[in-house]
Design a protein around this ligand. Structure first.
Ligand SMILES: Cc1cc2nc3c(=O)[nH]c(=O)nc-3n(C[C@H](O)[C@H](O)[C@H](O)COP(=O)(O)OP(=O)(O)OC[C@H]3O[C@@H](n4cnc5c(N)ncnc54)[C@H](O)[C@@H]3O)c2cc1C
Length: 487
């Protein structure tokens, strides 16, 4: 089949949040842009990641809270669960959101276009898109790589011979890949101790699945503050999740209808068996089979596209942003980071104005366990490694009036300061609404606030945000002995 070349100011590989942000900005600048997609429009977050997981995590919280009322006087209620209906409503939410927030933007093809099919670079300006309908050739004055990431699968003996799930298990129904989990497992082994393992692990456990989480790390959440990991471990264990740390997985095999992991644990051999295995050992950038090397686009050691702070790759008119740049420029794989940077990439590619640089020093992020984990800036260890003469304090959330009032004092908050100036360089919190509270800390870090700024700011009483004020006070006073509104 022959095809003509179609010319655009910006050709984008991918159609996730990074790609959409870039395409929308191109349209704002009055330039032509086209996205390409071989899976579902909207990418990982809308179809397989953030949205479906947060939908079902909240349903699981309702089930758990009903069965475990915190208030004397309220009796537990055990809600029967209809898994098929839960999945169907999740798919409905996903498809409504996708229609409203993504597909509707394609109704004006003169602004943003999308071409379905698998894209790859034929040269540094030409992209071939292959689909069942044929081949199209898109020529871009500028190109943007926004192909996201996929589950990283470890090379474990036997893994390729057993069925296993990945973080794609929440794929929406119209995903042709058929990776979705359609029945609730009675038992689940989860390999990994990062945020996806914890969010999905707690969710399944709350729906009634017997969950065992196996990680090679000394604790869950490596890279986070140890006080947070320790407190969350206790909370999850109290809910009945079995957490196995320091595990060296030797192999995987089928056993009956299930899967068995062979593990070396503190010198001795153990096996763990469950109906299903979920592998959540990280995500890797989608950079394979894109023709990047021929076009001169270099990758880093982790397989991410190498970029400078303007998101320019090693080819001047090719840009990259979102999950596909991995940890380049200290970026993180998260939707708002990709959306923020997609716009910057489009600006730098198309505006003709001086290039904007990305600044990834203040990226608030949240793990949607219950209670939530939220962090911004540096951990204690990172501050020390950066040569900061740091000073840290951790307080339990039991000192926060709101936590006491609502009978949920689970968690801690830790603040990291640059000692001499008392400038706050990092905050980590495990607690109710931590994902909302962290935005105050993020704004504070952005503007170089000190502990005095947190103390001087009048906080709404009683809110969980007062945890920030109290941890700032704790550097000079014993917060256990303060009256409720004292500073
Ligand atoms: C279970 C889970 C939960 C998550 N929860 C959160 C959360 O709560 N908050 C948060 O901020 N982040 C969350 N994330 C991460 C978030 O989903 C990603 O960071 C985000 O989607 C990255 O956006 P992106 O546009 O860079 O890539 P993607 O959204 O992955 O989009 C890239 C698109 O490119 C397409 N593509 C790839 N190669 C080609 C090709 N050759 N041709 C054509 N198309 C191609 C892919 O099919 C994909 O649709 C979660 C992820 C998972 C898996």
């Amino acid at each position: 089949m022959t095809s003509t070349q179609e010319r655009y100011d910006l050709v984008i590989l991918g159609s996730g949040s990074t790609a959409f942000a870039a395409a929308l900005h191109a349209a704002e600048l009055g330039r032509t842009a086209v996205m390409t997609e071989f899976r579902t429009v909207g990418g990982t977050c809308a179809n397989r990641g953030c949205l479906p997981s947060k939908n079902l995590i909240e349903a699981a919280r309702l089930v758990y809270d009903a069965a475990h009322p915190r208030y004397p006087g309220l009796s537990p209620v055990h809600m029967p669960i209809n898994w098929a209906e839960l999945v169907a409503q999740k798919d409905e939410i996903v498809s409504e959101y996708r229609a409203h927030k993504y597909e509707s933007l394609l109704d004006e093809p003169e602004r943003i276009q999308i071409v379905s099919g698998q894209a790859r670079l034929l040269s540094d300006h030409e992209v071939e898109v292959q689909s069942a309908d044929g081949v199209r050739h898109l020529v871009g004055e500028q190109l943007l790589i926004a192909t996201g990431s996929q589950p990283a699968i470890p090379a474990l003996p036997g893994l390729s011979d057993v069925p296993y799930l990945t973080s794609d298990l929440l794929s929406s129904a119209d995903d042709p890949w058929g990776t979705e989990l359609r029945e609730q497992p009675r038992s689940l082994l989860i390999l990994g101790g990062g945020y996806i393992a914890l969010e999905l692990g707690q969710m399944f456990a709350r729906f009634g699945t017997e969950v065992t989480l196996v990680t090679r790390g000394k604790s869950i959440l490596s890279g986070y503050e140890p006080e947070i990991a320790e407190a969350l471990t206790e909370i999850l264990q109290e809910e009945g999740i079995r957490i196995v740390t320091g595990a060296q997985v030797r192999g995987v095999e089928r056993s009956g209808d299930g899967v068995t992991l062979s593990v070396k644990l503190h010198g001795s051999q153990h096996t763990f068996t469950a109906e299903q295995l979920l592998v959540t050992t990280g995500r890797r950038p989608n950079t394979e089979a894109l023709g990047l090397e021929q076009a001169g686009v270099e990758l880093d050691q982790a397989g991410a596209v190498r970029v400078d702070r303007t998101l320019r790759t090693t080819v001047p008119h090719i840009w990259a942003a979102g999950d596909v740049i991995g940890r380049e420029t200290e970026s993180q794989m998260a939707t708002p980071v990709g959306a923020h940077d997609g716009k910057i990439a489009a600006h730098n590619a198309l505006s003709g104005e001086p290039p904007r640089q990305v600044d990834h020093t203040v990226i608030p992020r949240t793990i949607f366990t219950d209670p939530q984990v939220a962090v911004v800036g540096l951990t204690d260890e990172e501050a020390v490694a950066a040569g900061i003469a740091c000073n840290c304090n951790t307080i339990p959330l039991s000192v926060v009036p709101r936590a006491g009032a609502i009978r949920d004092t689970r968690g801690v908050i830790k603040m990291v300061l640059d000692g001499p100036t008392r400038r706050v360089v990092g905050v980590s919190m495990l607690g109710v609404n931590a994902g909302e509270v962290i935005h105050e800390a993020a704004m504070a870090l952005r503007f170089g606030a000190t502990t005095d700024d947190f103390i001087d700011l009048v906080h709404v009483y009683p809110t969980m945000a007062e945890a920030l004020k109290l941890v700032a006070i704790s550097f000079t006073k014993d917060v256990n002995r303060l009256s409720c509104c004292a500073t």
